[in-house]
Write a protein that binds this ligand. Sequence first.
Ligand code: ZN
Length: 340
Amino acid sequence: MFNARLVNDPFGDPALYLDLRYRREALLFDLGDIQELAPRMILKIDHIFVTHTHMDHFIGFDHMLRICLGREKHLALYGPPGFIDNVQGKLAAYTWNLVENYSNDFRLFVTEIHPDRTQTAVLTCRQAFRPGKERQATPFGGTILERESYRVKGIFLDHRVPCLAFRLEEKRRVNVKKNALAEMGLPGGTWINSLKDSIHRNEPDDSPFRVWWKGEGKRIVERIFPLGELRGKIVKITPGQKIVYVSDVIYSPGNTERIVEFARGADVLFIEACFLDEDRQRAAEKYHLTAWQAGRLARLSGVKRFVLFHYSPKYRGMEERFEEEAMQEFKGDEGVGGRG
Ligand SMILES: [Zn+2]
C-alpha cells in the first residue's frame, strides 16, 4: 500500500515521495530539492523517475548521491532522452580518485526513455562512475517498471522539451485481517510480506506456505499451511490504487488528450499549477498550467481527487486562490470557467 506525499510545500521544488508501507521500499517522482527528507527515508528509495531535467526537477541528485555514497546500494533512475548524459555530466563534476577501495559498491542504473525504446547504462562507484560504452536497449511499450505488486507507466508530454508523466498502479491490494490472524493463533512477522508476494504471483492453492516466528528463547516456531487456506481465511483482496503525476506541461489539445487518457479514473492526480488563470498568457509562454487548467484536466480525467503543486513564488501568501480556482472548475461550478 503506497502512501504518497509531496516532499516540499507547493512553492518548493517538485518531488513526490511514494512510500511502500510495511516494506523497505520507496519511489520518487521528480528529484527536486530533497533536503527535507530524512536520510533513512532517502535510503529507502530504489527507483527515481524524473519528468525532465530542468534544474528544479533534478537538483536533488547531488544530495541523493551524497547520502548513498559508500553504501551497498543499487539505485535506478529513469528520465527522458538525453538523461544518461545528464547524469554523467553531474558525476563528471566531481573527483573520484579514492573510491576504488571502498568496501561497498554503490551502483546507478540509469535508464533513458525514448518513445519506442529504453537504454540503460550502469555506473558504479568503484569504477569512479566511468561511463562504459555498453548500453542495454529494450523496446518501450509504456511500462517503465514492473514489480510484483505494482507497475509504473510513463507517457511523453510537451513542455517545449519532451517531458514524462508517470502513473503508479498497484495491481491489487492484499490486506491481512488482523482478527482472523488472531483467531488462528498466528503472530505477524516478515512471513506476511512473503504471503502477499505468493498471492501476487498467483501461486496455486495447494502450494505449501511456511508461517514462522520467534517463540520462547528466540526458538523458531513454524507451521505449514496450504496457501489456499491462508488466502481464504486471513486475506482480503481489494483493487489497488492509481496515482498519477503530471508536471510541467503547456495547456494544449495534444497534452489534454494524452493527460485525460493517462489519468482516467485515478485515485489521486498530482498536477502542477504554476500560475493563476489571470496570468494564463504568461503560463502559455512558460509552457506551464494555470490552476484553472489543472482543475479542468482533473475533471475531464474523472479522478477522485487532485493535489496541486509547483506554484510560482510570486504568488506567495495566495495559496488558497490556487485551491479555490482549481476546485471550482473541478466541480464544474459556474464563475471562473467557460474558457476551455
Ligand atoms: Zn520545466
